[in-house]
Design a protein around this ligand. Sequence first.
Ligand code: GCW
Length: 727
Amino acid sequence: MTGQLRPLLLTLALSVAPLGAVARADTGYELWLRYRRVPNATRLAEYRRVFAQASVESNSATGRVIRDELTLGLRGLLDTTAVVGVGVGGNPGLIVGVVSSSRIAALLPASRRPPAGSESFVIATLKRADKTVVVVAGNTELGALYGTFALLRGMQIQQPVPKLEAAEAPRIRRRLLDHWDNLDGSVERGYAGSSLWDWTRLPGTVSPRYRDYARANASIGINGAVLTNVNANARVLTPEYLTKIAALANVFRPYGIRVYLTARFSAPIEIGGLRTADPLDSAVRAWWRAKADEIYRYVPDFGGFLVKANSEGQPGPQDYHRTHADGANMLADAVAPHHGVVMWRAFVYSNDVPVDRVKQAYDEFTPLDGAFRANVLIQTKNGPLDFQPREPFHPLFGALPKTAQMLEFQITKEYLGEDTHLVYLAPLFKEVLDADTYVRGPGSTVARVIDGTLQGQRETGIAGVANVGNDTNWTGSQFNQANWYAFGRLAWNHQLSPAAIAEEWIRATLTNDDAAVRTIAHIMLVSREAAVNYMTPLGLAHIMGSNHHYGPAPWARLARADWSPVYFHRADSIGIGFDRTATGSDAVAQYAAPVRDRLADRATVPDSLLLWFHHVGWREPMRSGRTLWDELALHYQAGVDTVRAMRREWLSARAMIDAPRFAEADSFLGIQEREARWWRDAALQYFASFSHLPLPAGVEAPAHSLEYYMSLRCPADPRKPRCPNVP
Ligand code: GCW
C-alpha cells in the first residue's frame, strides 16, 4: 500500500463504521444486505482467492459509497479483512469503476462493455497472467454501483466466480417508491411504525437510517422516492420543509436516488395566498413556475411531482371545470425547464357518477390521450379497483398509446393482511406485468406497455407504494421485506421469475441452507393464492372491513355505495358476482376485443375472475363439475388449508433460522391461520344467508354464527396484530 493511500483507508474505516451498524443482531434491520460469512467452504475459498483485494477507481461520492459497500460486503462474506480502497495498487482481484477510467479501459475488451445507458453495468471475469480479475464497470458511476450490488448479490447466493458475470440495463427508467407519509409522522396504510422521515429533527439531525434506506433501495435498483402522501399537504412545498427535503436528497444522491414530492393542487391558495388554483389562470401558472424554480434551488436533481387530483375528495382541475390534462400540463410546464416530470394518477372515481366504479378512470382518461405534455406520466394502479388480492389488469394499459404511462403497485399490504399475514407479492406483480392486453395483437403485455417497447414512449416508470416505516425491521414483519425486494427487482427486470427472486431474497436474508431455501420459497410462492382463497376467491373483491380493510365484512353497507362490499359482491337469492358484461355495466368492453370476448363469455372467463365479471347462480355448474356454491366454499377451505401447511413448513426450517426472526414469523403465521379461518367462516356464513345451501364435504363448519362475526370490530390501530375476540 502506498503511503498516499494509507490516510484514505483510515478515513474509510472510520466512515464505514455507522453503515449498516445500527443493529447487527438478527432483528431484520440489515434486510438482504446481511453479508454473513459464505457457508459453502469451496465457494468461500474461491472468493477469498479472488476478492482479497479490491480497488474502486473513483473517489467521488458514489465511488466512496461503492468502496464502503464493498468493504462491508466483502469483509462480511469472506470473514477476513479484505482490503478495499480507492486506486489500490498492485494486482487487486476486483476492480470497480466507470469504463472510461484508465485502468478499466485498459483491461476491459470492447466486446465486454456494458449495454448502453446511464445505469447499466457489466461484470466481467478476466484472466490476467493466470490470475482471475473481476471487473465491475458502468458507463457511469451509478452503473458501477448497481454492478457492485449485483456482484454482492451473486456472492450472497454463492455463485461460482465465473457465474457472477452479468451485463444488465434496467428496462424501466423511473423505478420509484411512493411513500404515503404525512408530515405529522403517520403513514397512510403503513403497518411498520411511523414515517422514516423525522421532519421535526431534519435538517439538523440526519439519521443514519436514511443512508441505510438508500443502500437498500440502490441494491435493488430503485432510483427515486416520492417522500410524501398523495393525500398531500401543501406545507411540504414551503421553504421550511424544502430545507429538510434537501438534507434527505443529499444523503440519497450518491446512491442514485432522486427525491420527488406530492403536489397538492390547491397549494397556490393554501400557501401561495392566491384566490384560485385554476390551472389556466396566469397567476396560478406563474406561482407554480416560481415554486418549481425554488424547489430546484434546494434540490437541483429534484425528480418532479406526483399528483392525486379530483379523487376521493382531493382538489384538482375539475374544481375549475378544467381537465386532468389542463392540470397535469400546468405542473409539467413548471418543471420542464429543469427536466422534471409530473406523475398524474389515474385513480379517479366519483360517487356522483352513476357508473360502475371500475370503469371511471378509463372513461375519464382515454379521451385525453395525446393531450398530455411529454413530461407527464399517467400513473395507473395495477387493477381498475384498488389493490385487491386479485383484479384483472387495468384496461387503461394499452389504451393510451400517445401517453407515457406508469404502473403503480401497492407493496404495503392494505388489503392483504397488513403487517402480519405472510403474502409474497411477486406472483401478483408478475401476473399483472405478464397480462396480455392484446392492444397490438398477442404479446402486448402490460410490462411492454410500461417499459415503452410496445407503444414507443420515451418516459417510462413504475411505482410501488412503500411498506417501510421506522420499525427496526423496516416493514413490520420479516417477510414483508421480500415484497420491497421483489418490487425493486421486477422494476429493474420484469422478466425475472417470482421463484428466482424469492430464492435470492431468502439466501441473502434468512439462510443459505438448500433444503430450508426450498421450503421457505415454497411457503412464499403459495402464499398469495392462499390469501386470495381465504379472502376473495373466484374474482370477489373489496369485501374487507370498512376503512381499515382488515378482516371480512361482506355485509357492510357504507354511506358511499362504491366503498361498500355489498356493491362489489352483489350477492342475492339467485347468485353472486358483478355482471360487467353487456347485460350489466359492460366494463368488459374497455378491454381489447380478444380479452373482452374471453372475459365476457362464461365458457372462457377464467375461474379466478369469474365473479368480477359475472353474476353467477349459486347452483350453476363450474368447470370442475361442482356448483358455484360448493366451489366457493372449497376455495375458502383451500385458503385455510394452505396457511396450515405454510405453518408446518415453517416449523421444519426452525434449525436454520435465528431464534428471533423464526419466532416472529411463527407467531404471525399463527395469527394468519386464525384469521384465515375467520375470513372463511364469516364469509361463508354470510353468503349462506343468500344461497341457503349446506357446506360441501371437506369444508369445516363455521365456529360461530353470522351475528357473532358481524359483531366483531377490528382495531382502528392496524399495528395490533389481531382483532380482539377473533376466534
Ligand atoms: O387504496 C386506497 C386507500 C387510500 C389511498 C387511496 C389512493 C392514499 O384506501 O388510503 O389514499 O387508495 O390510492 O389514493
